[in-house]
Design a protein. Structure first.
Length: 167
């Protein structure tokens, strides 16, 4: 069983509640456990994941938040830099599902965040088994394995994160 940490940027509480509900449900249905921590905004998610990773308590992470376009350039900075930060950590070997929504308006966010509107995090339990190996352990072995996290919207995959882990 893997232990996930969900890191949520609580800027839009009503949307985050739906995202967390869907992510927790998917993780628990796959037989894993999770905890949730909250940060002020999407830009803080990569730093929180880094600090949590250093504890060695978590096998994988899910980044959740909502960034809605406004009238200024701030949207582009937050959307790009939060994605860049999460991707950099993934390239460093952390297993992270990036569920930070970047949308034009609240209606788009509602459709994508609400588990009742066919949007949910879908995890393949067999593919997640390697995630149960802690970071320090998977750096010690010689076998390769893969971990997959698929986010689906209305039945269509919107992204796939695959991390190759040395077991």
């Amino acid at each position: 069983m893997a232990k996930f940490l969900i890191v949520e940027a609580r800027f839009y509480s009503h949307l985050n509640d739906m995202l967390i509900q869907g992510a927790k449900q998917a993780i628990e249905e796959a037989g894993h456990e999770c905890e949730v921590i909250t940060v002020p905004g999407a830009l803080e998610i990569p730093a929180a994941i880094t600090m949590a990773s250093d504890t060695g308590l978590y096998d994988a992470f899910v980044a959740l938040g909502v960034v809605i376009r406004g009238e200024t350039y701030h949207f582009e900075i937050v959307a790009s830099e939060s994605a860049r930060g999460v991707m950099a950590l993934t390239l460093d070997g952390l297993v992270i599902g990036n569920g930070i929504l970047t949308v034009e308006n609240e209606q788009q966010a509602l459709v994508r965040a609400d588990p009742q509107q066919k949007t949910r995090v879908v995890m393949q339990p067999r593919r997640l088994l390697p995630c149960s190996i802690s970071r320090k352990n998977y750096l010690k072995s010689e076998r390769d394995s893969a971990c997959c996290l698929i986010i689906k919207t209305a039945g269509r995959p919107i992204f796939l994160i695959t991390s190759v882990i040395l077991l």
